[in-house]
Design a protein around this ligand. Structure first.
Ligand code: PBG
Length: 326
């Protein structure tokens, strides 16, 4: 036999030497949930190990992650029902605790990267990402609201704006609003191909942000479609996005690959709440090895073509990475 592929697998050192894909803590973005006030960390039932934090506890979490080499965070606000309205006005109000928290975090951790979420759902009494009028999610009327939200977040000091709403034209609209307000240095990571997925369930529990009626299928993408993601990516590029994202990750590895092959922009993938919860549940039952399966999930996403991974595993992964190197 001339070809014996096993020779390249014969020892740990050789296996490491020929390893094609590497995940580093610096490739990860850790999602964090923020609540107003001073309450103790609140566990989220469907997301074991993830909490809703007050700003002080959240700061501690950021500090620990920075020490572990995770330097980027995406922040989500859990807003009380009485502050929600049809037009999500609290999202850009000067009293918004989320905006204050961004300013505090940026002051405390200037070296970290903070990313926001731009969509109406955490602030909307309808629980939709866009404005609801006569039972429909209206596109163009939503854009000014998203732009106000993005500019308010930029004023607070956010590094990267993350439009997650899937309205048409929002990247260009937000880019123009940011530039007009002088925020030419604030980046946009667009949720380019965001699918109408069952895997967001635990996230909606965390924020109590599930739609009050209907579903998100008129704006989020059909899981059956791949080339539509390419169309979305071309539009986002033209509209000035700095990075493109695919979401969820694991059921959409082909989409990640397609976008990577067809764009020169960095590609991110969101390893979403349900993907994390599935593994946590299986591990809690003793059905899977948590650390190995986590590694395998993150590797597969990276191998498919993601440069950046948004993942609830970020801290656990960084801890494991440190342990394995010491
Ligand atoms: C809101 C938003 C969602 C997620 C991120 N931003 C949920 C949704 O669209 O319903 C999901 C993240 C996750 O499941 O981890 N626009």
């Amino acid at each position: 036999m001339l070809q014996r592929p096993r020779r390249n697998r014969k020892s740990p050192a050789i296996r490491k030497m020929v390893e094609e894909t590497i995940v580093l803590p610096s490739h990860l973005i850790y999602p964090l949930f923020l609540v107003d006030g001073k309450s103790k960390p609140e566990a989220i039932k469907s997301l074991p190990g993830i909490f809703r934090f007050s700003i002080e506890d959240l700061s501690r979490e950021v500090e620990q992650c920075l020490k572990l080499g995770v330097a980027a965070f995406v922040l989500f606000p859990a807003v009380s029902d009485k502050l929600k309205d049809r037009r999500a006005t609290y999202s850009y109000s000067a009293r918004n605790f989320y905006l204050k928290a961004i300013a505090t975090l940026k002051k405390r951790f200037p070296q970290a990267v903070f990313m926001s979420d731009v969509a109406m759902d955490p602030y909307s009494s309808d629980g939709h990402d866009g404005l609801v009028a006569n039972g429909e999610i209206v596109n163009d009327e939503t854009l000014p609201i998203l732009a106000k939200m993005a500019v308010a977040q930029a004023e607070a000091g956010i590094d990267i704006i993350g439009p997650s709403d899937m309205m048409d034209g929002r990247v260009g609209y937000i880019r123009e609003a940011l530039d007009k307000s002088g925020f030419t240095d604030v980046s946009i990571m667009s949720y380019t191909a965001k699918y109408a997925s069952a895997y967001y369930g635990p996230f909606r529990d965390a924020l109590d942000s599930a739609p009050k009626s209907g579903d998100k299928k008129t704006y989020q993408m059909n899981p059956a479609n791949k080339y539509e993601a390419l169309r979305e990516s071309m539009l986002d590029e033209q509209e000035g996005a700095d990075m493109l994202m695919v979401k969820p990750a694991l059921c959409y590895l082909d989409v990640i690959h397609l976008l990577k092959e067809n764009s020169v922009l960095p590609i991110a993938a969101y390893n979403v709440s349900g993907e994390y919860a599935m593994l946590k549940a299986a591990a809690a039952n003793g059905w899977l090895n948590y650390e190995q399966a986590m590694n395998e999930q993150l590797l597969s996403i990276k191998r498919a073509g993601a440069d950046i991974i948004l993942t609830y595993f970020a801290k656990d992964f960084a801890q494991l990475y440190k342990k394995q190197r010491s």
